[in-house]
Design a protein around this ligand. Sequence first.
Ligand code: CDP
Length: 787
Amino acid sequence: MTTTEETPIGYGRMHRKEDVRFLRGHGTYVDDVTLPGMLHGAVLRSPYAHAKIVSIDTSAAEAHPKVRAVITGETLAGLNLAWMPTLSNDVQAVLATDKVRFQGQEVAFVVAEDRYSARDALELIDVDYEALEPVVDARKALDPDAPVIRDDVEGRTDNHIFDWETGDKARTDEVFANAEVVTTQDMLYPRVHPAPLETCGSVADMDPITGKLTVWTTTQAPHAHRTLYALVAGLPEHKIRVISPDIGGGFGNKVGIYPGYVCSIVGSILTGKPVKWVEDRSENLMSTSFARDYHMHGEIASTKDGKILGIRVKVLADHGAFNGTAQPTKYPAGFFGVFTGSYDIEAAHAEVTGVYTNKAPGGVAYACSFRITEAVYLVERLVDVLAHELDMDPARLRMKNLLQPDQFPYQSKTGWEYDSGDYPRTLAKALDLVHYDDLRAEQAKRRESGSQELMGIGVAFFTEAVGAGPRNKMDILGLGMADGAELRIHPTGKAVLRLSCQTQGQGHETTFAQIVAEELGISPEDIDVVHGDTDQTPFGLGTYGSRSTPVSGAATAVVARKVRERAKIVASAMLEVGADDLEWEKGRWFVKGDPGAGKSIQDIAMAAHSSLELPEGIEGQLDATCVYNPPNLTYPFGAYVCVVDVDAGTGQVKVRDFVAVDDCGVRINPMIVEGQVHGGLADGLGMALMQVMAFDEDGNHLGGSFMDYLLPTSMECPSWRLDETVTPSPHHPIGAKGVGESATVGSPAAVVNAVVDALKPYGVRHADMPLTPAAVWCALRGKPFRT
Ligand code: CDP
């Protein structure tokens, strides 16, 4: 795939090294793991959203000739494992003991000789349920007569989880009281699902002789999972090995620990055999972590001529039956605090209330940094609603209010320090690329003609905050958010980089090798990247929230620089000059003023392992380790413009054009960055136009397959047009910011703004996602629409 000629020694476009194995069918996913004597597990799930469990009769299933074990909540209670902690310091039932609290909840686990028998035996389990009234609508969860979902917690009398606020309320109220214009808008960011193509699963193998547990599992955070297994199950941590092999997409869905993982471990302990559990598509959609589900009430204050002064927000957050959201401990609403967006405003305040409902738990950062997608959608819709009210062009309104380059580092009104940016330049570039003025002229003509083919132009500008920690501010269940890296240089100058982050398809085996290549001048082809195995890699918090490049990427640069410094001392011994007399150029140290007298990194590596007399204090070898604790998040940003045509007769939306100008600082591999942006744009289009996890009034899940929960295909996507600006992060060792999630964060607002803009002649100011043909048709006719 990659030839030496086209391989950059450092940053640049380069085919992904890992694709050689994926394209030839040599990837190893969890379901590819097969061990001698392996058994298979299957989960019995609740058909009810809310019901009391009167009794469970497993005798017929146990009598099945191929069944080796049937595990219920009672079995687990005997092991003190019926409940497990969630990532938000709540508890979640592994297998239900008292009640079921969402449709699809785990009730029993069958271990059998093959997958089919395990599934057949599920049907032999007889569960007697007593149906209870469910809470489906989050807006009714706090009603005085609402059924209490979490009565497992003694003394609980309601469905309230938390209240959280940020910003300066008094100052914000003052700004609003004095503002010339105040505009309000209610909006829903619907419940959606990360829907990775590979569902979740695990193979657990407890070796009864050594007492070592090995778990191959779909996890984005193998080290955190290992520590949690040790803490929860009381197993010694050094006797647990978590292996996250090739992963077919995570998008936040594979951050937490699911009951199926725990059951496969218990199944292996009970049977003494390895146990594989892999869920199917419906199980993944119905029971694993959802995202979003924020009911938002936003207010924006401005002057009459469009200077934005303040933003005020109230959010009702639907967290499902167990509070299983994934975010740093001190941030119950994730990084929603960046809701002031990219604008220079005087004051802001937000209040978020979390509630339980009878739906699956979660609230994960689906391709975003902990609720930033919700924040960006809110502010970008508010700005468009304000433009509508003031009858101003939404692009010009943004340009008027964007932060200016000399305001960085910028202290936001809710306490975030944006690291760097030149926002007006990025927006101007996007508007130029899309030919904004021409489009507005075409739209005016179209409107004049009374055409039924409506045209809309949507602009969105986003700022993300990615790369959690620092660890004194950010932890997950007490584990500080830092990452480790180890770099070993072999005598022949080839290298192995071991990382704590875990790729799920983002190309880390290529880009992290490129970082070492840039720092040391070793070809990326000569550098192996090892990740996803707790026995082989240093501790760290994993990959989500676009944190790999900001944290592990920084760790990689730092560890490579340590190697370079060691190499300098060895080179000084080789060249018989003082280390201070040496100068670095990519790939070699040479004597200052005498470029011919130098040693390549490969020569130095061999010498470091040789009998060469090394200076005092140098042990030999070049290997180094590093733990990187980021001083701040990085703040990538971008300007997106979407152009849609809407058929007024059918409500059908067609995305005609989409321009995305992203700034993620220094780009390690522009080809991979573009791939990340393409994927995120498709994701965002899906959310804006077609995706929702809907429920009926009994709490029945209405989106349990890809027939109902739609993923966009190339048929719905335009040919994305991308460009870039590059504003390096000042605190990141190589100036890079994360990018994996930028497009998912920025694009939904651009698409919705475009559709609503198309409907403007009909007096439409807002419509909630997903903007399906039915939703658009109703909006055009002023009718209410509910998915
Ligand atoms: O944490 P995750 O890998 O999902 O996100 P990321 O750190 O934003 O990186 C996604 C992919 O893009 C990785 O392969 C990065 O190394 C690459 N990338 C890049 O080449 N240049 C950047 N400035 C940022 C990311």
